[in-house]
Design a protein. Structure first.
Lengths: 315, 585
């Protein structure tokens, strides 16, 4: 296991290098001159003079060739300096750090909620295959998968905040303010996980060792909980890493709608104002998080499934 | 299922966080119309109207204190962000309510020299002059009157009894230092004001000399970047610590500012206009317009700044909410016409394009009745009423005739005109941040196709306006800057060397010697009426040359809870809240 983790960690720098290089190149070809954008931000309504634009390009280091710009950015990033926001003039790293907590809290709540409900619903649906409960769960999962998250988010706000006045529509800081965004963010992964677990449980319940367990006279509950569930949940554990990446992506929309001051809201604002240092920093930071989450998922899978641990020795 | 989900999540979350937020307050009793409450309560401190009349432009009509304000079209948001807290801020008064406001952005720093929009909009900063809500002429604010001694000299008498938030007195020395700091730190302000020297006459009077005649100086002093600050305190606080300096004078004192997130303030009980009835104002940045409107409907906020026309209808149907607007569109939605591209360099083709687009119908699409107005001319009537000037209307048949005169006919029967084998094809640009622009572009595309002009729509980044990639480019901008019609015309279609407008935003590269002469003739004209007449002559040239295509003047619309009292929207987007706005429990 230790060697496996070391091997995986060794690939991370290469992956990050590739991701950051691609995003840097893409941002460089995006429309709009960052020097002009900075000058316009500082003096709204004023057209910057060509001399001012040239001076600002030099100040921002944009007059250097693109590879040189990237090397400079990367060398500073490795030292923890991801540059300063064009808009707020704050260090990008500080902004990312401050916005991380709200996003982690929201994402964790959404993932927890998704797992909390998807596991029992998936098992219930599989055990009652073809019944009314199964149909209901499958329908709900279909809606959750298909409906756009922004539509669900606005639907939740209209129902629970505007019509029923049970919960606040926007804001951050209280438990009540977290309920609607967490639900909105969790619905799609919940639907995905429910369908995955249902299919997996059905698959496991048809295997020989389950028939053996039943033949031993174990109760159906014991069969499912003790023998089937561990294997049935393996695909869900494997999918959690991917789902986490989707949650972080979905947070971009949900945080904007609910005015949740996390990374998603930061990146939307940065993209709209062409705040390239923030966008570049965000992409790299998100890549680190997703890669580490995937690694954690793989480790969890190996812990849960001994077959993966013994693959290399041919067992 | 949704209710189950709420219950399932709410319990552990509430336990985990150890707190619970109650439902929004129940609706207040139906209130009497806010209009009555909105009537300006007489200001405790007399003010003076500073009309910029011919020789002695000063004025002395006692008037009400500054009303609150509103307005749509802001130029681009401004910069910066910092998290700051004012340690010694006065505690919020438990007996007075705190107003919660949802705004589009909280981007600009509080230090006026770095833009100044947020500080001005939130009632924290004040200028020597502010724009009148009816005709946008500059009226005294921290000044009492302004007198133009000669074309290069203005004497400005200051209001007494004004203190900065840190307790320092605002006197002539402080104002001199503030203006000097502005010039030192803001290149754009220095260029616009053109100040040569500032002299202190006595405790309440300064004399300002300009390098060139500045007949509209009071209006220029109304810009948000020129707000009066305690320069010594601001400089002493250092970069990034402006909030701690207590260097502003407005009715609300900032206590915490997290740029792009929220801005908190408490009432300035030493305010020269009287203590505000609120304990303070909490501003929350809610960039998404739908979220802003829903937050108002849910009771999370009391005022939503800048809502959509459609949202206003929903809010008006709500028994406890109402939409409010000053009813004057201060933001022009226009198309630049690119004079550097061959397609529209022929005046006949320009006129044909103008006649082929039903701009009044498009105005109805992007600014429905009650939320905007058709802008046949660049400026709203309140700034320059020009009954003798009119732009061509929608005449598609005439447009086809003009195209034929220009040599464009459909020789290959493909539905589009061509000349010498080349089809007439134009690119209609715009940027997506203003919802009006993509709608306009697509509507115009269809209308131009009707007369045989092929059009491509290019929705892109706003700064592409500077690139030679378009023939028409949608734009949305404030056109009441400094309350001066000439300046705003000059800004859009003037040349960079003219005296009244920098021409800085002349993205269409329009050049007319006649227009240049008209604008230059206003260089030393102080009389408002005369400047309006000159503006009308300039607008006549703009319309006849099809220098640009105005479409609508958009209003700034607020959504307001009925518990809000004495809220009087201002049409300009510089003043959202003043010291009179209140909130019933």
């Amino acid at each position: 296991m230790g060697a496996y983790v070391v091997r995986r960690l060794a690939t991370l720098p290469l992956l990050l290098l590739g991701i950051s290089a691609v995003s840097f190149a893409l941002l460089s070809v995006a429309p709009g001159d960052p020097a002009e954008i900075v000058l316009h931000q500082r003096n709204p309504g004023q057209m910057p003079s060509p001399a001012a634009v040239t001076a600002m390009r030099a100040e921002l280091g944009l007059d250097a060739p693109l590879p040189a710009q990237y090397v400079r950015w990367m060398s500073r990033a490795l030292a923890g300096d991801m540059g300063r926001s064009y808009v707020t003039e704050q260090p990008v790293a500080a902004q990312l750090a401050r916005r991380t907590v709200p996003t982690v809290v929201l994402t964790a709540a959404a993932l927890g909620l998704a797992l909390l409900l998807a596991v029992p619903m998936g098992i219930l649906s599989a055990r009652r295959r073809g019944g009314a409960g199964d149909a209901l769960v499958r329908l709900a999962a279909l809606v959750g998968s298909a409906a756009p998250s922004y539509a669900l988010a606005f639907g939740l706000i209209i129902l629970f905040a505007v019509k029923l006045s049970w919960l606040p529509a926007v804001g951050y800081g209280s438990a009540a303010q977290m309920v609607l965004p967490a639900i909105a963010l969790s619905l799609a992964p919940m639907a995905q996980l429910t369908r995955l677990i249902r299919a997996s449980v059905l698959d496991v319940l048809g295997q020989d060792y389950i028939r053996t367990a039943r033949a031993k006279g174990l109760s159906e509950q014991m069969v499912v909980m003790k023998h089937a569930l561990r294997n049935a949940l393996l695909p869900a554990i494997g999918a959690t890493g991917v789902i986490l990446a989707h949650l972080l992506g979905g947070a971009v929309i949900i945080e904007t709608i609910f005015t949740w001051p996390g990374l998603g809201q930061l990146i939307v604002g940065a993209a709209l104002t062409r705040d390239y240092p923030v966008v570049q920093g965000f992409v790299t930071y998100l890549a680190v998080i997703v890669l580490l989450a995937n690694l954690a998922t793989d480790i969890a899978l190996r812990v849960a499934d001994p077959r993966l641990r013994y693959e290399r020795v041919g067992v | 299922m949704a209710i189950t989900l709420v219950a399932a999540l709410a319990l552990p979350v509430a336990v985990a966080c150890g707190e619970r937020e109650d439902s929004p307050p129940a609706a207040a009793t139906p209130a009497p119309a806010t209009a009555a409450a909105a009537a300006p309560t007489a200001a405790p401190t007399p003010a003076a109207v500073a009309t910029s009349a011919p020789a002695t432009a000063a004025a002395t009509t006692p008037t009400a204190a500054p009303p609150a304000a509103a307005a749509t079209a802001s130029p681009a948001p401004s910069p910066t962000a910092r998290t700051s807290e004012q340690p010694a801020a006065p505690a919020a008064d438990a007996a007075r309510p705190t107003l919660k406001a949802g705004v589009i952005w909280l981007d600009s720093p509080l230090d006026p020299v770095q833009g100044g929009w947020v500080a001005s909009q939130s009632g924290m900063s004040e200028n020597l002059f502010r724009l009148s809500p009816t005709n946008f002429s500059p009226v005294p604010w921290l000044a009492m009157e302004a007198t133009d001694v000669d074309p290069l000299t203005w004497r400005i008498k200051l209001r007494s009894g004004v203190k900065f938030h840190n307790g320092a007195v605002m006197d002539a020395e402080a104002v001199k230092a503030s203006l000097e700091r502005t010039i030192r730190l803001s290149e754009a302000s220095a260029e616009a004001l053109g100040l040569d020297s500032i002299a202190v006459n006595d405790e309440q009077t300064i004399t300002v000399t300009t390098m060139e005649p500045r007949p509209t100086l009071p209006g220029l002093l109304a810009g948000p970047a020129v707000a009066i600050t305690d320069a010594a305190a601001a400089d002493a606080a250092g970069e990034g610590n402006f909030l701690q300096a207590g260097a502003l004078t407005g009715p609300y004192i900032p206590t915490e500012y997290i740029q792009k997130e929220r801005l908190s303030s408490v009432a300035n009980d030493d305010y020269w206009g009287g203590a505000p009835p609120l304990a303070g104002i909490e501003h929350l940045a809610i960039p998404d317009i739908n979220s802003r409107e829903l937050a108002l409907q849910a009771g999370d906020i009391d005022v939503a700044v800048n809502i959509s026309p459609e949202g206003a209808q929903t809010i008006d149907a709500h028994p406890e909410l109402a939409s409010r607007t000053a009813g004057i569109g201060t933001a022009a939605v226009i198309w630049w016409v690119n004079f550097k591209r061959p397609a529209l360099s022929d005046p006949l083709v320009r006129q044909a394009v103008s006649l082929a687009i039903d701009r009044e119908s498009i105005a109805g699409l992007i600014a429905p009745a009650g939320s905007g107005s058709f802008a046949e001319l660049l400026l709203p009537d309140a700034l320059a009423s020009c009954p003798g000037v009119s732009a061509p209307g929608y005449e598609p048949a005439q447009a086809r005739d003009l195209l034929a005169q220009a040599g464009y006919v459909d020789t290959d029967n493909d539905g589009f005109v061509d000349k010498d084998g080349e089809p007439l094809e134009i690119v209609i640009g715009g940027y997506p941040e203003r919802f009006q622009l993509p709608i306009m572009a697509e509507a115009a595309q269809a209308m131009l196709a009707d007369v045989g002009i092929k059009a491509k729509v290019l929705i892109t980044e706003w700064s592409v306006v500077k690139e030679p990639a378009w023939d028409l480019f949608g734009w949305y901008n404030n056109v009441v800057e400094a309350g001066d019609p000439i300046q705003n015309i000059g800004k859009f279609v003037g040349v960079s060397a003219d005296a009244s407008g920098s021409g800085a935003n002349n993205y269409g590269h329009f050049h007319s010697a006649e227009l240049e002469g008209i604008i230059s003739s206003a260089a030393e004209v102080a009389d408002t009426q005369q400047r309006q007449e000159i503006a009308c002559r300039a607008l006549d040239v703009v319309a006849s040359e099809t220098a640009l295509l105005p479409v609508a003047h958009a209003y700034l619309i607020y959504g307001v809870n009925e518990r809000v009292t004495d809220f009087e929207p201002h049409p300009a987007n510089l003043y959202f809240f003043d010291h009179r706005i209140g909130l019933r429990s």
